[in-house]
Design a binder for this molecule. Structure first.
Ligand code: MTE
Ligand code: MOS
Length: 703
C-alpha cells in the first residue's frame, strides 16, 4: 500500500459529530427575512391570475415581474425559469416567493394566495412524451451484419425507478444584500455555477456576487442544480427588499420538488453467434422531468456505458431524454450509469442463462482488455482488472458453491446470490475540462510556513478536505497540521470547477500536487508566497467529440465487482440482504479509511435503490414525500457488507488516484436483483424490486 493511503483523522468530522458545525439553517435569523416559495399544485397549466392578499408591513411577494436580469436559471441549458412565466410544468413548479420577518406569518399568508389556472394536458410517462430534450446516437462495427449472421437473437426491456437523494440536510441558501452586492451562502455543491446563475437572474456583474459554501449535510448530486435555482430566487428577493433572505426547504418540499435520479427504460437486443455476443443494439430512454437541468450530461454518460465492461464488436446505441410533467430529474451519484449498468448486467445474465452458461464465466469471456477499443472507438489505455477482482469476490462470497446449492429450493425461505461487473468513467467526458472548466488552483503560504489550499472544491462527506490536505502535505513534505482548506467562497478562491463527476481527487488533486511541487521548489522561509496551477490535458487521449460521441470518453475508468446475497420470505415477500461483497479499484486510495467509507456508503445506497427505495408518483405528484414513506437502507439492512480495495495506479492522477466517489453506486442494484431472481428462479428486469413485487411475481408463477 502507498504510504499516503494510511488514514488520518477526517477534517470536519469532530465538528459534525459533536454538533458544532454550522449549517445554513444554524445562522442566526435576526434581521433576516424568511422566504417561502409559492408552488404550483397543477402538473401543467396556464396561470390565469395570482391574487395576493393585503400584506402586512415588511412582507413582500416576489415573482417574475421582479426579475431585473433574465428569468432563466443558468444550468447548462437555461429553460427552467426562476419563477414560472406563463405556465407551470410540474407539481411544485415555483411561481413566486413570499418573504417576511416571521416564518409562521409567511406560511399563513402563503396559504391565502389564490391562483387561478387553466389546466393543460400533461404527460407523465416518458414513453408517451413527444417532447425530446436530447437525442444522441453512436455505432461501432456493422450491427446489421451481426444480426443477419446471428445464431440467436435476444431482446428484453429493462426499467429503473427514480431515486431520492435523502441527504441529511435539505436544500437551503441565504442571500444577503449589502451596498449593491449580493452574497449567497448555503448548502451548495458548485459555488461558481451558482454565481453564474445569480448573475444572469439579477443582471448583476459576477464581480458583485460572491457565493460561499456552508457545511453540507450530504449532496450526492442533488445539490448540483437545485442551489442555482433557489439562490436565484433568494437573490432576486434580496435585491428587491434590500434585505437578507433565508430560503431553506423543508423535508416534504425538498422531496416533492427537487431533482431525482432519472427513471429509465432501456431496450436491449443482442446477436449471439457460436455462443458469443457479436452485436448489441441499445435504445435508451431517460425521463428528464419538466426542465432539462443536467439531463444532457446524464443521458450521454449513461449511453457511453451501454456495453457495460464488455467488448462488443458491433454496437448501435441510440438514446433520448424526454420531457414529462414531473419534477426535473438531475444528477445523482453514478451520473446516468446505474440505470444502464442495471440493464446490461441483467441482459448478460439472462443471455448466459438462455445459453445454459454460468453468468460469471460468460461475462468474463466478454470482458474488455487493456488496449481494446471502447464502444466509442476510444481505447482502454490502462489495465482492466475485472478478472482478478472477480476472483477475489468469488472467493470472499463463496459464490459458486452457493449458486450450486440454491439451484433447488422449495421451502418458505429461499436464498439467492448475484454478481455484477461495472465501471465508472473518471471525471468529465472528453475534453470538457480543457475546453470549458479550465480549472485553476492556488496555494498560499504565510510567513510562518502554514499553507492554505485555495480551490472551489467542496466537502460534502466524501472527504475532499482531508484528501486535498494529504496530497499537498505529501508533495511539500509537511505535516498535515500545517495545511488548511477552508469552506470555499468565490470571493477568495479560484474556479477549480464544480464538485461533481468524481473529478476532484483525480483532476483538482493532481493540480494541487503540481502546485505543491512548484511551491516546494520556490520555498523561501519566512516569506509569504502564492503559487497557481492550471489544467493540462493528458496528451495520450484520443480526442472526443461530444456530439457524435466518438473518441476517448474518459481518460481512465474505476472498476467494481459486486456480489449480493439475499434471503426471501416467500410468504411475506420480505427480502433480506444477508451478504454483500465488493471489490473496488479507484487507483491509489489517498486515504484508506475515507475510500472504504465511500465504497460502503455508495454500495449500500445502490442496494437500497435496487430493493427498497421507491419514489411513488401519482399524476405527477410525489406521494412518498417523507422519510418514513420513502425508505432508505441503514447499516442494519445490510449487516454483512464487505469492501475490498484493488489498486491499479493511474499515472496521471495524484499518487496514482482515480475517481472514487460515484463508482460504488453503480453495481449494487444489478447484483441485488440478480440475487433475487436467483432465489425466485425467474427472470427479473426492473428496479426497485420490493416485497410486493416478490408476491406479484410468485402469484404469476402459480397462475
Ligand atoms: N459521499 C458523501 N458522504 N456525501 C456525498 O454527498 N457525493 C457523491 C460522492 N460521495 C457524496 C459522497 C458524489 S455524487 C460525487 S460526484 C462524489 O462524491 C464527488 O467526490 P469528488 O469529486 O470529491 O471525488
Ligand atoms: Mo455527483 S452525481 O457528480 O454530484
Amino acid at each position: 500500500m502507498n504510504p499516503i493511503s494510511k488514514s488520518i483523522p477526517k477534517r470536519g468530522h469532530v465538528e459534525k459529530t459533536r454538533g458544532s458545525a454550522v449549517y445554513v439553517c444554524d445562522y442566526p435569523a435576526d434581521g433576516l427575512l424568511f422566504g417561502r416559495l409559492l408552488r404550483s399544485s397543477k402538473a401543467r397549466a396556464r396561470i390565469l391570475s395570482v391574487k395576493v392578499p393585503q400584506l402586512p408591513e415588511g412582507y413582500r411577494y416576489i415573482d417574475k415581474k421582479d426579475i431585473s436580469g433574465s428569468n432563466h436559471v443558468d444550468i447548462l441549458d437555461d429553460n427552467m425559469p426562476v419563477f414560472a412565466d406563463e405556465t407551470v410544468e410540474f407539481v411544485g413548479d415555483p411561481i413566486g416567493l413570499l418573504a417576511g420577518p416571521d416564518a409562521r406569518i409567511v406560511n399563513e399568508l402563503l396559504g391565502k394566495i389564490e391562483i387561478r389556472y387553466k389546466e393543460l394536458p400533461a404527460v407523465f410517462d416518458a414513453k408517451e412524451s413527444q417532447d425530446v430534450f436530447f437525442d444522441y446516437g453512436y455505432a461501432k462495427g456493422d450491427i446489421d451484419k451481426a444480426f443477419a449472421e446471428a445464431d440467436e437473437i435476444y431482446d428484453e426491456d429493462f426499467e429503473t425507478g427514480r431515486q431520492e437523494h435523502a441527504y441529511l440536510e435539505t436544500n437551503g441558501v441565504i442571500a444577503e444584500y449589502k451596498d449593491g452586492k449580493i452574497h449567497v451562502h448555503g448548502s451548495i455543491q458548485c459555488p461558481y455555477d451558482v454565481r453564474r446563475a445569480v448573475a444572469k437572474a439579477t443582471g448583476m456583474s459576477p464581480q458583485d456576487i460572491s457565493v460561499a459554501q456552508d457545511v453540507i449535510g450530504g449532496g450526492f448530486g442533488g445539490k448540483e442544480d437545485v442551489p442555482s435555482m433557489i439562490a436565484c430566487q433568494a437573490a432576486v428577493a434580496a435585491v428587491q427588499t434590500k434585505k437578507s433572505i433565508r430560503l431553506i426547504l423543508d423535508r416534504k418540499e425538498d422531496i416533492e420538488t427537487t431533482s431525482k435520479r432519472h427513471s429509465s427504460t432501456c431496450k436491449y437486443k443482442a446477436a449471439v453467434k457460436n455462443g458469443e455476443i457479436t452485436g448489441m443494439e441499445v435504445e435508451v430512454l431517460y425521463d428528464a422531468g419538466a426542465y432539462t437541468t443536467v439531463s444532457d450530461v446524464v443521458l450521454r454518460r449513461g449511453m457511453l456505458s451501454a456495453a457495460g465492461v464488455y467488448s462488443i464488436p458491433n454496437l448501435k446505441v441510440h438514446g433520448q431524454a424526454r420531457k414529462t410533467n414531473t419534477v426535473p430529474s438531475g444528477a445523482f451519484r453514478g451520473f446516468g450509469d446505474p440505470q444502464i449498468f442495471f440493464a446490461v448486467e441483467m441482459m448478460m445474465t439472462h443471455i448466459a442463462g438462455a445459453l445454459g452458461k454460468d453468468p460469471v464465466a460468460f461475462k468474463l469471456a466478454h470482458t474488455a482488455k487493456q488496449g481494446d477499443t471502447t464502444p466509442t472507438n476510444g481505447k482502454y489505455h490502462f489495465p482492466v482488472p475485472i478478472p482478478e477482482m472477480v476472483r477475489r469476490v468469488l472467493e470472499a462470497s463463496d459464490y459458486s458453491r452457493k449458486r450450486e446449492e440454491y439451484k433447488f429450493q422449495s421451502g418458505r425461505l429461499r436464498k439467492g446470490i448475484g454478481m455484477s461487473m461495472v465501471f465508472h468513467g473518471c471525471g468529465y467526458t472528453g475534453s470538457v475540462e480543457q475546453d470549458f472548466i479550465k480549472p485553476v488552483v492556488r496555494l498560499h503560504k504565510d510567513s510562518g510556513g502554514n499553507v492554505e489550499i485555495l480551490t472551489a472544491g467542496i466537502e460534502m462527506g466524501q472527504g475532499l478536505h482531508t484528501v486535498f490536505v494529504k496530497i499537498v502535505a505529501r508533495a511539500l513534505g509537511l505535516a498535515p497540521e500545517k495545511i488548511t482548506h477552508a469552506l470555499p467562497d468565490t470571493a477568495k478562491v479560484p474556479d477549480s470547477g464544480p464538485t461533481i463527476a468524481s473529478r476532484s481527487v483525480m483532476v483538482v488533486g493532481e493540480l494541487l500536487r503540481r502546485a505543491a511541487e512548484k511551491l516546494k521548489k520556490e520555498w523561501s522561509d519566512g516569506e509569504e508566497q502564492t503559487v497557481e496551477e492550471h489544467y493540462k490535458h493528458p496528451e495520450f487521449l484520443i480526442p472526443f467529440d461530444t456530439k457524435t460521441l466518438q473518441g476517448d470518453a474518459f481518460p481512465v475508468y474505476s472498476w467494481a465487482v459486486n456480489a449480493v446475497e439475499v434471503e426471501i420470505d416467500t410468504l411475506t415477500g420480505r427480502i433480506s440482504v444477508i451478504g454483500a461483497w465488493g471489490s473496488f479499484d479507484v487507483g491509489t486510495p489517498i486515504d484508506e479509511g475515507i475510500v472504504i467509507g465511500q465504497m460502503e456508503g455508495g454500495f449500500l445506497q445502490s442496494i437500497g435503490w435496487g430493493m427498497m427505495e421507491k419514489v411513488t408518483v401519482h399524476s405527477g405528484s410525489i406521494r412518498s414525500n417523507t422519510l418514513s414513506d420513502y425508505m432508505i437502507p441503514t447499516a442494519m439492512d445490510v449487516p454483512n457488507l464487505r469492501v475490498m480495495l484493488h489498486v491499479d495506479e493511474y499515472p496521471f492522477g495524484p499518487y496514482g488516484a482515480k475517481g472514487a466517489g460515484e463508482l460504488p453506486h453503480v453495481g449494487g442494484a444489478p447484483a441485488t436483483i440478480e440475487a433475487i431472481q436467483n432465489a425466485l428462479g425467474m427472470h427479473l428486469n426492473k428496479t426497485p424490486f420490493l416485497a410486493e413485487d416478490v408476491i406479484e411475481a410468485l402469484k404469476e408463477v402459480k397462475e
